[in-house]
Design a protein around this ligand. Structure first.
Ligand code: NAP
Length: 251
């Protein structure tokens, strides 16, 4: 059975892997046997240490995923340093909070560019390589706001709903080509992204009261889902959006 989940011999690209969920996912994939290409603006020193402790190779590709036209260069740099990815985890993401009436075009574009536009174009660039090999796994990081509306996060909700739609569209187009496109929808996790929520005592309490598991998710809670969707065990899983949310959506 462990062979079914082994990622030995695979190269996994994880965006935004220097911290938070991306870091935990990169280390989990390495522990399952994959070499890691981390992509981001900031050096991923801690992540590198975790990957190397698992005995796997690590490469860093520096890129601002909010810039247009960056995706082809990222895949080319990965190929030059290591290999084209067999597994792509589109994790990098940002959030901007403001009332819908005051929401600026800048906050709209910044979030959509990283969370949705680059997710699509990086996946397109990676899939060109995957399709030539007839195999590949893409995992998009969605959100509870792929299912729900949220408040004061107009561009984030639009981008993560877009990620869910894109996941399904790409699954439809590429399932027959041997590419699995799926998403993980994390619930409320303790990372930089949710610092403002956790710092607000009333918000923190009301979030916790709604989570059946009664606690915030820890980044390591995502590792198993990421390994599963990256592995042979998920070969017939296409277009799924897997909540890892302590039961939030069941409520
Ligand atoms: P985080 O700690 O803020 O990490 C975000 C990552 O994205 C960082 O590595 C960041 O790099 C990278 N990133 C942001 N903008 C970038 C850019 N322009 N170019 C390259 N990299 C960029 O947040 P997180 O919670 O781990 O979030 C990871 C993903 O999970 C995001 O897609 C987020 O929307 C999603 N998510 C999080 C939660 C949660 O509860 N935490 C719930 C649902 C979904 P820098 O360090 O350089 O900024």
């Amino acid at each position: 059975m462990s062979d079914l989940f082994s990622l030995a011999g695979r190269t996994a690209m994880v965006t935004g892997a220097n911290t938070g969920l991306g870091q935990a996912i990169a280390i989990a994939l390495a522990e399952a046997g994959a070499d890691i290409v981390a992509v981001g603006r900031s050096q991923a020193t801690q992540t590198e240490a975790g990957v190397r402790a698992a005995g796997r190779g690590f490469h860093f590709v520096q890129a601002d995923l909010g810039q247009p036209g960056v995706s082809g260069d990222v895949i080319a740099a990965a190929k030059a340093a290591a290999a084209a990815p067999d597994i792509l985890v589109n994790n990098a993401g940002i959030i901007r909070r403001n009332d819908a009436l005051d929401f600026t075009e800048e906050d709209w574009d910044a979030v959509m560019d990283v969370n949705l536009k680059t997710t699509f174009f990086l996946t397109q660039a990676a899939a060109r390589e995957m399709i030539s090999k007839g195999a590949g796994k893409v995992i998009n990081i969605a959100s509870m706001l792929s299912f729900q509306g949220g408040v004061r996060v107009a561009s984030y909700a639009a981008s993560k709903s877009g990620v869910a739609g894109l996941t399904r569209l790409l699954a439809n187009e590429w399932a027959a080509k041997g590419i699995n496109v799926n998403a993980i929808a994390p619930g409320y996790f303790s990372t930089n992204n949710t610092e403002a929520l956790r710092a607000d005592e009333a918000r923190n309490r009301s979030i916790l009261e709604r989570i059946p598991a009664g606690r915030w998710g820890q980044p390591s809670d995502l590792g198993g889902a990421a390994v599963f969707l990256s592995s042979r065990a998920a070969d017939y899983v296409h277009g799924a959006i897997l909540p890892v949310d302590g039961g939030w959506l069941a409520r």
